[in-house]
Design a binder for this molecule. Structure first.
Ligand code: GLA
Length: 385
């Protein structure tokens, strides 16, 4: 959690008047990986780490912003915006205004400061946090309100255009609508969602710190393979539009129609959807060993069938699997780097930190960042006082 008093002070050093503060968190996904863009199910948690904007509106659609963590200052006008999909921090803010305005929600320009404690490039969706916080800012400063799931959809459009990644809906949805002490089951087809209370459990994030090269290309390629799979299966089973509609029996019946690679991609998605739904009742019952078992199976499937893991992620996950007090561990998010997470007993956190430092860091010549995280609330305005 950020120090909002400090953020308001930093605003006061650069601008006159009172700031309003809008925030949005990063996420950790318990289970349901690479299922969102297949119209499937995901079961994430918002983190207690976030991005926050302290701002006030401008009269002329100009934006003047300081990114405090980066020590960078930028100015642009909402009337003259351009960017190339690179992930530059202002891209998210520009793309958000564009998506809102194209959907009929006019935006004010704003000036202010931005800060965050979501690790950047750390596999916990700092990019969604910055985009969703921008959406909350535009909405907060404007006279209109946007239905939350509609805002989520526009945030996804914005983020995809800022980065060039054909990402799904999970990260923005979680950042906007999660609640502390709950995991969020999202039906990525209907946008129905259920908040499921979490039993006491410790969540650990282990950021590999491995630079993610080619991740965007590989992600988009996986998505295309899933689309190809669904299309082929639809030839036998009318009504199939996405892998969400496919059962294991249907997939097996179509095995001969699919290339070996596409078959394995589909098998991951079909099995991951089933595991995700199983985990809802498991979490309600507080059965952490059963949850851990599904989480481990998810990793194996992502590693072998979906092939989005890497040596660094596998190494951290294997260390976690071998650590007493860990119920389960797996890679999280898009893959090819980023982070892994583990569900464990509180004493396991320190053991994991020591073991990763001793075994992983020297092996890969990287310094992994291993930390416990609590669940946090979805995005909103932080009221003063
Ligand atoms: C990235 C995307 C999400 C989702 C995950 C994989 O985080 O932004 O939409 O597809 O990868 O589950």
């Amino acid at each position: 959690m950020l120090d909002y008093g400090w953020l308001r002070q930093e605003f006061g050093k650069r601008f006159a008047g009172e700031a309003r503060v809008f925030r949005a968190p990063g996420r950790v996904n318990l289970i349901g990986e690479h299922t969102d863009y297949n119209d499937g199910f995901v079961f994430p948690v918002a983190m207690d780490r976030e991005v926050a904007y302290a701002v006030r509106p401008t009269a002329d659609r100009s934006c003047h912003l300081y990114a405090l963590d980066l020590g960078k200052e930028e100015q642009f006008s909402l009337d003259a915006m351009s960017w190339t999909p690179s992930g530059h921090w202002t891209n998210y803010i520009k793309a958000m205004a564009k998506a809102l305005e194209e959907a009929g929600y006019p935006c004010y320009g704003f000036e202010g400061v931005i800060a965050g404690d979501v690790p950047i490039e750390g596999g916990v969706s700092s990019s969604s946090a910055i985009t969703v916080a921008a959406a909350m800012t535009y909405e907060g400063l404007a006279p209109w309100e946007c239905e939350p799931t509609k805002l989520v959809k526009l945030t996804q459009i914005a983020e995809n255009s800022a980065t060039g990644l054909r990402g799904g809906i999970m990260d923005q949805f979680t950042s906007r609508l999660a609640q502390r002490d709950h995991a969020l089951l999202i039906d990525c087809r209907t946008f129905d969602y259920t908040l499921v209370p979490m039993p006491p459990m410790t969540l650990v994030v282990a950021d590999t710190r491995k630079p993610r090269s080619l991740a965007t290309t590989a992600y988009n390629e996986r998505r295309a393979q899933c689309e190809e799979g669904a299309k082929t299966i639809a030839r036998r089973y009318g009504g199939v539009t996405h892998l969400r509609d496919v059962t294991t029996a249907m997939l097996e019946a179509c095995r001969g129609d699919l290339s070996e690679v596409v078959y394995r991609r589909c098998r991951h998605v079909v099995s991951e959807n089933a595991r995700t739904l199983e985990c809802v009742d498991i979490l309600k019952q507080g059965d952490l060993p059963a949850l851990g078992q599904r989480i481990n199976a998810s990793h194996v499937s992502l590693r072998d069938d979906y092939e989005v893991s890497c040596d660094e992620l596998n190494s951290i996950v294997e260390i976690a699997w071998d650590t007493p007090g860990v119920y389960g561990a797996r890679m999280v998010g898009g893959g090819f780097g980023g982070c892994a997470m583990a569900v464990c007993e509180p004493p396991a956190v320190e053991i994991l930190q020591r073991r990763v430092a001793a075994e992983y860091n020297p092996r890969y010549n990287l310094v992994a960042d291993v930390y416990a995280t609590r669940s946090g609330d979805g995005a909103g305005e932080v009221l003063a006082g």
